[in-house]
Write a protein that binds this ligand. Structure first.
Ligand code: AMP
Length: 285
């Protein structure tokens, strides 16, 4: 497996591969790899001539300096895992490599996330999806993939990056199912930051989503009813809820729905101790 230390070197390699007629499947990551990342890498490998990944903890998408400082990092372990997943090329880089001339985050013109950035994450992590859009546009420009793979776990992010791809030439975003631990907790790089007691509590997030799904299957379609049921399930487990809400997955809106829903994605963001976790589940279908 090749490891390029800058997006420029990676970009040159990708251009050579594209010129030779090879299609690239691309998996952007912030490292601290887990089974969710591996599922994306495996699919990219299967569906393309080449599987490429990026490893960059993007400071632009953190609204909290402490969260950025504490984000788990283990580059050597990650590189071994990328290689074991038969990745062809991984690249990393410093902030100044992605944004030449920038001395720090404050110098970087941040893009607006667009219509799918409205609501939910926007309220509780202001600027997060703007930072995602800013880096993903850079990554797409460097790699020029035919397909880019993202996880459904970050549902609102998957909508933002699909929007970017639709405005870029020839890139399709493939949204991959959420990989979970045995008790239902969505795999996340942040799970290693949970104490054993918090780790047990965190399973309540998936249980709350399943509660909404059960109600939906019993023909409960009222948004307020479903929202309340998730909130109660999380509160009973002692999890601090940021949002436990619903959206029409095919018609995103910044505002919470009211009344009967025809389609619903249930979405939760919660803090377990100091760790912020998100998850979601499609209720219909
Ligand atoms: P991250 O390194 O957290 O930025 O994640 C890199 C990619 O992996 C993103 O597209 C995430 O949505 C995806 N991802 C993270 N967790 C999971 C999971 N549990 N299942 C599937 N994909 C995931």
């Amino acid at each position: 497996m090749l490891h390029h230390a800058t997006p420029q070197a990676a970009g040159r390699w990708c251009a050579e591969q594209r010129a030779a007629g090879r299609g690239i499947g691309f998996v952007p990551t912030m490292g601290a790899l887990h089974a969710g990342h591996l599922s994306l890498l495996q699919r990219a490998k299967r569906e393309n001539d080449l599987c490429c990944a990026s490893l960059f903890v993007n400071p632009l998408q953190f609204d909290d300096a402490e969260d950025y400082a504490n984000y788990p990092r283990d580059t050597q372990k990650d590189l071994r895992m990328f290689a074991a997943a038969s990745c062809d090329m991984v690249f990393s880089g410093a902030l100044g490599d992605f944004f030449p001339g920038a001395g720090g985050v404050a110098d970087i013109p941040v893009k607006n996330a667009g219509p799918f950035g409205r609501g939910l994450e926007e309220k509780f992590r202001p600027g997060h999806l703007d930072g995602v859009r800013t880096i993903v546009e850079k990554l797409f420009a460097a790699v020029g993939p035919c397909r880019a793979y993202f996880g459904e776990k970050d549902f609102q992010q998957s909508l933002v990056v699909t929007d970017i791809a639709q405005q870029s030439d020839g890139i399709s975003v493939v949204v991959c199912p959420t990989v979970r631990e045995e008790d239902g907790l969505a795999c996340s790089s942040r799970n290693v930051l949970l104490s054993p007691n918090e780790r047990k509590k965190a399973a309540a997030i998936h249980r709350a989503l399943l509660r909404a799904k059960t109600l939906w299957d019993e023909n409960i379609r009222d948004a307020a009813h479903l929202r309340r049921a998730m909130g109660e399930a999380l509160a009973a487990a002692g999890v601090a809820v940021e949002y436990a809400d619903l959206r029409d997955p095919l018609a995103w809106s910044g505002r919470p729905p009211a009344g009967e829903m025809q389609r619903a994605q249930a979405l939760v963001a919660a803090r377990v101790g100091r760790v912020r976790l998100i998850d979601n589940l499609r209720l219909d279908g």
